[in-house]
Each structure stands twice: as C-alpha cells, then as structure tokens.
Design a protein around this ligand. Sequence first.
Ligand code: PLP
Length: 366
Amino acid sequence: MEKARKINDVVRLEIGEPDFDTPEHIKKAAQAAIKEGFTHYTPFAGIDELREALAEKSGVENKIDASPTGVVVTPGACSALFCSILSTIDAGDEVLLPDPGWPHYEACVKVAGGISKYYPLYEKNGFRVDVQDLEKKVNRKTRAILINSPSNPTGAVLSRKDLEGIARLAIEKDLLVFSDEVYEKIIYDSAEHVSIASLPDMKDRTVTVNSFSKTYAMTGWRVGYAIARDDIATQMAKLVLYTSTCANSFAQKAALAALKGSQDCVRKMSSEYERRRDFLVKGLNKIEGISCTIPQGAFYAFPNIRKLGMSSLDCTMWLLEKARISSVPGNGFGAHGEGYIRISFATSLANLDEATKRIGAAIENR
Ligand code: PLP
C-alpha cells in the first residue's frame, strides 16, 4: 500500500469493501434518528427492535431458530468475531481456521490465548472444505472450527452437503463452529447460501457472525451481529460492554431500516457484482500464465499466477510497478494462498477493463 501510494494512476483492486454508496433510505433513517435525539448509549447487546428484527430475519432467511436474547449487535462483524472467540476459547484451545482465509481470525484466536491450526482449501476442490482434510486436524485440544462462506479471499461457497459433513464432524467431536456469513447476500449463479446453524443439532454449537457492511454497503457504519446460544450471547454482550459499550445508536436505527426496507438495493448491487465478475474472470483467463476459477460469492477473484514463475508477493509488486494495479498477495491469507493473488471486483467495469488490459500488456511485454 505504501508503494502504491507513491505511484500515480494506480487501479485499486485490493479494496475489500463495496464501492456503492449506502442506499438513501438507510441514510435517511440515521438522519431521522439523529434529529430525534437518538444519540446516546443503547443497551449493550443492541436496541430491542433490531435484535427482534434480526432474530426474525435469521429465522425466515437463514432458517436459524433464533430468539432475540441470542442476538448480539456489535460494532461490525469484526467485533462479533472477536467477542465470540474471546467468549468461548480458553488458553491452549485449538481453533481450526481456513487456509487461505481472512487474517483477522488468527488475530482473534491469539488474543484469546488459543492456538490457530489451519485446514487447507485447494483450487482443485473449488476452494471448498474437504471434511477429511478438516478431520485430520482435529485432536483432543480442538475446541472449534471456523468457516467462512462465501469466502474472502476465494469467493467459494460451501454447499449444503459440505456443511452437513462439517456439522457431522462438529457433533461427533463436540466442537463449536464459528460461521462467518458476512457475504451471504453476494452470491451468484445457482449457488445457495446455507447457514450451518440451520442444520439439525447445530444451533447450540454455532455462533453465526453477520454484518450490514457488505450487504448494504455500510462498512463505515460499523454494525454487525452474532446469533448464538443464550449463554454465549450473554458473555459476548459483556465483552461489547467492556470494549465499546454498544454499537453506534443511530447506525442501529439505520440497520433496522435496512432490514425492514425494500431489498431491491441488495439485489441490484449483487447483480452488478456478477456482471463485473463475469467480465473480470473472462479477461483474466485470456491472459497467458493466469487462470482463474469462477467465484460463486463475495467480490473477489483469486487467480492462480504460478505459471508466471513469481511468488504471490513478487507478482503483486511487479503488477504494481509494471501494470499500475494494486492487488493482494495470496500468501497473506495463509500458506495455501501462495501462487494466487486476490483481485477485488468491488470497482467499476471501466476500472476492471483498464486493469485487465494493463495486466495483459505487462505480461506480454515482459
Ligand atoms: N468477515 C470477513 C470474511 C470479511 O472479509 C470482513 C471484512 O472485510 C469482515 C468479516 C468484517 O466485516 P465488518 O465490516 O462487519 O466488521
């Protein structure tokens, strides 16, 4: 990033957030809340209306049998993850994390005094979880499995069958599951988002983490939430209290408006991401030395760059210098991310067009 800042005219493809503006009706709800003086502390697990609406949404859409007492509203999914891991993981407990996967997980486990162990995700398997690989990592210290579908950085979406396999293992080995579902609404083709907490006997052993950030282009508002067993939710709410008191009051009102309002904005953003995905993946696959699987969700492509004969980090640095595009080295997401780079398509088609042309030209002229 430091290097990118010093170069003019860089096409930014490393960004992990929607490029859309927050929908107008959501902004208006926050403005109205401020005008009405809703600018003070709220209950630390979130305002009742929002917890009730989230329990209802989780029941109707995710088929999770949630009650408002099991809903904790947090300042972003980051906080929901942090509080859920800190509430449940003791010193020495092992947590199984995806590799490649989002680096925040490892940091949360570390703060809790836990030990991160990694289960591999392979391109040949569409970056989906192979339960046999996962099972090999389980030992008597293992306390939890973390899953992330749709995935950052690979865009893979776990199928119901994948989740049934993970659930079977979690039940057999008596493990908790943290399920990060922040990209649930950004999903393509015939892929289906299934919440593992909706599977038989999984509700009580799953903490489902979600957010308004990606679904409603609300990253700066900092509203996320978790759905958990009541005793875990109670501990999590205490951690929200001691770390931040509560999520922002008027942002919670805005989140409520997001949930209760028309979902057309979500569909529109998602179909625009899909158009961009198709354009980007097609463009990348035309470039000699790059091959890219089709992501089924989120807004990241994770092309394989091995044939270019460079490491992930060298490749991103080289692309920055020669093609003036910024991307993220795959090994930043774990050892199994080596050989890949992450390209975000949360940017305009014009930028993606320019970027693929520049990458193609740089590789051709090397
Ligand atoms: N989980 C994943 C997989 C993410 O990629 C991100 C943000 O990039 C988050 C959680 C955090 O979301 P929030 O903005 O709600 O904290």
